[in-house]
Structures are given as C-alpha cells and as structure tokens.
Design a protein around this ligand. Structure first.
Ligand code: NDP
Length: 242
C-alpha cells in the first residue's frame, strides 16, 4: 500500500486532491482541523470511488498535535511509509497592513508557513531513509505577485516558494521532489466572499478555476512520472500573467 498525506484534505482543493490521489492508488490520510463532517464526506467519496483512506485530525499550526497524530499513525502502521505529502492546509485573514492585528499576522504565518515546516520536517526523515518522496506545496498567485490586503498571506506563500526551491536542492539526490503549485482564483469556501463576475475580467480564461483542475496538476507532480521536475513553482490561474 502507498500512502499520501493531504493537509487540509477535507474541503475545497484538498478534497479534490484526496480524491485524485486515491484514484491514483494511494491510501489517503485526509487531515482536517475542526470540521469532521466535511472530512468524513471526503472519505466517503474516496471510498465510493473504490479508494481507501482515513481521516486524521490535527491543527497544522500546532507542533504537538501534528507529532501526536502522526506518531500514533506510525505506531499503528509499523514499517509503512508516507511517500507523498501535499502541504495544502491554509487560511487567509485579509486586511490592509495598516490595520493588521498581531493575531491576523501570526495566525496566517503559523497555519500556512510554520505548519508546512512542522509537517514536512516530520515526514522528510522517512522519505530520506526510503529514498523516495513527493512533496507538493500549495502556494498562491498572491505569493508570487503579492496582493493588496494580503501582506500576511503573500508573505507566508512567498516564504514557502523559497523553502520549496531550497529543499528541492537538499533532497534531490534521494529521489525526493519538492514543487509548489500556485493557484489563482479557485471556487472553494475560501473564495466564496469574492465576486466572480467582477474578478473574472482579470482572468484571460474568463472564469474561476475548479478544485479538480488543481488536483489534476498535483496528481501529476505527485506521480512517479514527474521525477525530473523539482524546485518548480507552477501557476494554475487561467492565464493571469505573473
Ligand atoms: P478551504 O477554506 O476551502 O479549505 C481549507 C482546508 O484547510 C480545510 O480542509 C480546513 O479544514 C483546512 N485547515 C484550515 N486550517 C487548518 C489548520 N490549522 N490545520 C489543519 N487544517 C486546516 O481552502 P481552499 O481549498 O480554497 O485552499 C486550499 C489551499 O489552496 C490553501 O493553502 C490556500 O491558501 C490555497 N489557495 C487557494 C486558492 C483559492 O482560490 N481557493 C487560491 C490560491 C491558493 P477544516 O475544515 O477542518 O478547518
């Protein structure tokens, strides 16, 4: 059995990735933070499609929770390897920097960036010993070009882009690839407050993207076929120039 962990795998883009990786033969570990109903719904879809997996609760911003949950998983699954890690969990708390509160900065940095660090460091050791791994970090258009009102979020995503490029060089020899996928506007709960009719004028393809479209790209990068692609940031944004 091959195992893949998708952080924030319970809703939105993470759900579509969980479904896609299960289709590709992975037993999927669907991480969620608080919404167990949505996590179970994702697991049900995976199972209805003939796949297998389980849900894993931990708050990505809390080191002890991640370690406890994954240590527990490894102790129940001795000698198994999680060979694919999709760092997808993320939040936004938008406001102009002038009005940004300390918590709005810290929450976004801790969830998007520090969560990536805690989870990746924990799984990396096993990938290095196993001499195989796929790490895909879900970043954002906002981390490439910067978006007003998102100084915290742009900073977190840009930092992960730097980390992706550095880590790719550290682990390439061990057949571990590390890439980032940078979506533009994708229809999920995270963007439900945005008005597609107004924003689509900025998008050459003239619409928001779908989580399933992002999942296709992630599925490829997570596969064995993508073994010569590493340290890349691949945009999927309907043609917005970055
Ligand atoms: P959603 O808000 O739809 O889903 C977020 C997911 O992350 C949920 O599964 C949620 O679980 C989980 N999550 C949130 N906080 C935590 C936490 N502290 N610990 C563990 N899990 C957590 O987001 P999207 O699907 O839209 O976004 C997925 C990723 O894609 C994010 O990194 C986002 O920044 C990025 N992105 C999204 C874009 C878009 O247009 N939608 C554009 C560019 C990038 P729970 O329900 O339990 O809280």
């Amino acid at each position: 059995m091959k195992y893949a962990l998708i952080t924030g795998g319970s809703r939105g883009i993470g759900r579509a990735i969980s479904i896609k990786l299960a289709e590709q033969g992975y037993y999927v570990l669907i991480n969620y933070c608080s919404n167990i109903e949505e996590a179970l719904k994702t697991l049900e879809i995976v199972k209805n499609n003939g796949g297998s997996g389980e849900i894993l609760k931990f708050d990505i911003s809390k080191q002890e929770e991640i370690e406890k949950s994954l240590d527990d998983w490894y102790s129940r699954n001795k000698e198994q390897h999680i060979e694919v890690l999709i760092n997808n969990a993320g939040i936004r708390k938008d406001t102009l920097m002038m009005w940004m509160k300390n918590e709005e900065w810290m929450d976004v940095i801790n969830t998007n960036l520090t969560g990536f660090f805690f989870t990746t460091r924990l799984l990396l050791k096993d990938m290095l010993i196993n001499k195989y791994g796929r790490i895909v970090n879900i970043v954002s258009l906002s981390g490439i070009k910067g978006l007003p009102g998102q100084v915290n979020y742009s900073a977190a995503k840009a930092a992960i882009i730097g980390a992706t490029k550095a880590l790719a060089q550290e682990v390439g020899k061990k057949k571990i690839t590390v890439n980032a996928v940078a979506p533009g506007y994708i229809k999920t709960d995270m963007t439900k407050d945005l008005v597609e009719k107004d924003l689509k004028t900025l998008i050459p393809v003239d619409r928001f993207g779908l989580p399933e479209e992002v999942a296709e790209l992630v599925g490829f990068l997570a596969s064995d076929k993508a073994s010569y692609i590493t340290g890349e940031v691949i945009s999927i944004n309907g043609g917005i120039y970055t």
